[in-house]
Design a binder for this molecule. Structure first.
Ligand SMILES: [Zn+2]
Length: 242
């Protein structure tokens, strides 16, 4: 889990650090004011929102519905190849900015909480990393986003249900069919957590990943959930190729 700084001594050090190394906007690089966090006011108001949480048959839904039986799908923002907003995803995934993941997850969760499409969701499940990759990175970016979503939607976060049982190559440089083959059968359910959720009557899950590209990772993750009788909804921070 991403650790916050509740210790006043550490907070003091961070305050001093900010004096000498002022924070910059993740998107445009401009210095941030005291009131701004992560993104400057201009970049925050300019986020290319998808509004997919307002449209059942949206482009993200159609992309996943071709692969598996999915209920609702939405991403927070569009992720064009030229867009500076890609930097948010890179910062969360590669620069250790896990708290940014949590806060962007809260933004996403706030939209989903007000959407009837996602009103049946009973628990939030992040797409897991293989334990070795998680150990190398120190955290799972999808889990940090999911933590923010769960907090904004006031839903439980389930991090033990879905497990990655096979170490796979990173999807970033793979194309279409290679992506599908790479992650096929890579996920399984943890039996004790599965039984606990089923006993509690939890059926509708919200699966969270950082970005939706071809949908192969979400499809492979959804597969064991669907086989166990769960209904699957999906949400990501970004929607690529929209
Ligand atoms: Zn900015």
């Amino acid at each position: 889990m991403c650790k916050g700084f509740s210790n006043p001594f550490l907070s003091g050090i961070l305050g001093l650090r900010e004096l000498f190394f002022p924070r910059r906007c993740v998107v445009c690089g401009r210095f941030l004011s005291i009131e701004e966090q992560d993104l400057c006011a201009d970049c925050l108001s300019g986020i290319p929102l998808t509004y997919q949480w307002e449209i059942g048959q949206n482009a993200a839904f159609e992309r996943l519905a071709r692969r598996f039986e999915v209920e609702g799908v939405a991403a927070l923002l569009f992720f064009g190849s030229e867009s500076d907003y890609r930097k948010i995803l890179y910062a969360i995934k590669y620069s250790g900015r896990c708290q940014l993941g949590y806060r962007m997850g809260r933004l996403l969760g706030t939209q989903l909480a007000g959407s009837r499409m996602f009103s049946r969701c009973q628990a939030v499940v992040p797409v897991p990393l293989h334990p070795l990759r998680r150990w190398k990175r120190g955290y799972n970016q999808a889990e940090e986003i999911a933590r923010g979503v769960a907090s904004a939607m006031d839903l439980p976060l389930e991090t033990t249900l879905l497990q990655r049982c096979r170490y796979t190559r990173t999807q970033t440089r793979l194309r279409g069919d290679a992506k599908t083959k790479n992650v096929q059968g890579a996920f399984q359910l943890q039996p004790v957590s599965t039984a606990r959720l089923q006993k509690a009557g939890i059926r509708h899950l919200l699966l969270i990943d950082d970005v939706l590209t071809t949908g192969s990772t979400l499809a492979a993750s959804a597969d064991p959930l669907l086989q166990a009788g769960f209904r699957v909804n999906c949400a990501t921070l970004a929607f690529a190729g929209g």
